[in-house]
Design a protein around this ligand. Structure first.
Ligand SMILES: [Zn+2]
Length: 212
C-alpha cells in the first residue's frame, strides 16, 4: 500500500483536465524524486497562483493587480486600446501572444450566452465590455480626432457564440455612436471548432489579416 500522502497527491493531480491515473502517478513520483528545495519552489509557485492571481477588473485576463499588464500598456499608449480582441477563455490569449503580432487589448467573456445550458448574460462579462466601449466613446468625444473602435471576435464557431455576437451587435446598433465601431470575426482559414492551443502562429496571423 502506498503512503497516504502519495495517494492523496496522485488523486489531487487527477483534478487537472486530461490527467488520468497513469499521468498523475508519474507526475507524483517525479515530484517526490525532486530534491527538497525544488519541491518547495514548485509548491511556492502553486501557492502564489492560489493567493495572488486574480482577474483583471477591465478585461478579465489573469492578473496579480487590479488591472492586468495588457490593460496597463493600453493606458500608457504602448498598446492600442481601441482594438479589443474578444475571447471566451483567458487561455485563448496565450496562443495569440505567443504568435506575437497582435498589439491591441483583450476582453475575456468567461462564458457565452447559452439559454439551453442556463447561461445568461449576467454570467458573461458582456456588460463589462459594453462599459469599456462606452468609456472609449467618451474618451473619443474629449479628443479632437475621433478614433474607430475595433471589436474582433475570436470565438469558436457554434450556435452559442453566434447568439452572443448577435446580442452585442443588437446592443451596439441602438447606440448613436454605432458607426464608430468596426466589428470583425476571426475565423476565416481556421478549422471549425478550432482550439487556440492547436492553431499555429502562421495560421493565426493569416486568419487575423483576413478577418472580416
Ligand atoms: Zn486587463
Amino acid at each position: 500500500m502506498l503512503p497516504n500522502s502519495i495517494t492523496s497527491l496522485i488523486s489531487n493531480l487527477q483534478t487537472l483536465p486530461g490527467i488520468g491515473q497513469k499521468a498523475s502517478t508519474k507526475l507524483a513520483l517525479d515530484y517526490i524524486n525532486l530534491d527538497p528545495q525544488k519541491q518547495l519552489d514548485l509548491l511556492s509557485s502553486l501557492l502564489k497562483v492560489n493567493r495572488e492571481l486574480k482577474k483583471c477588473t477591465n478585461c478579465f485576463f489573469f492578473s496579480e493587480d487590479e488591472v492586468c499588464n495588457f490593460c496597463k500598456l493600453g493606458e500608457s499608449g504602448k498598446r492600442d486600446k481601441f482594438k479589443i480582441l474578444v475571447v471566451q477563455d483567458a487561455t485563448d490569449i496565450i496562443g495569440i501572444e505567443n504568435a506575437g503580432f497582435y498589439k491591441g487589448l483583450y476582453h475575456v467573456l468567461l462564458n457565452v450566452i447559452s439559454p439551453l445550458d442556463g447561461i445568461s448574460l449576467e454570467q458573461t462579462t458582456i456588460i463589462d465590455l459594453e462599459l469599456r466601449l462606452e468609456n472609449l466613446e467618451k474618451e473619443n468625444k474629449e479628443q479632437k480626432e475621433t478614433r474607430e473602435i475595433e471589436l474582433i471576435f475570436y470565438l469558436r464557431k457554434n450556435f452559442n457564440t453566434e447568439t452572443t455576437i448577435a446580442y452585442l451587435e443588437q446592443y451596439l446598433s441602438q447606440k448613436k455612436w454605432k458607426n464608430l465601431i468596426k466589428i470583425s470575426k476571426l475565423g476565416h482559414g481556421l478549422p471549425l471548432n478550432f482550439s487556440t492551443s492547436s492553431v499555429d502562429a502562421d495560421t493565426l496571423k493569416v486568419a487575423f489579416e483576413n478577418r472580416k
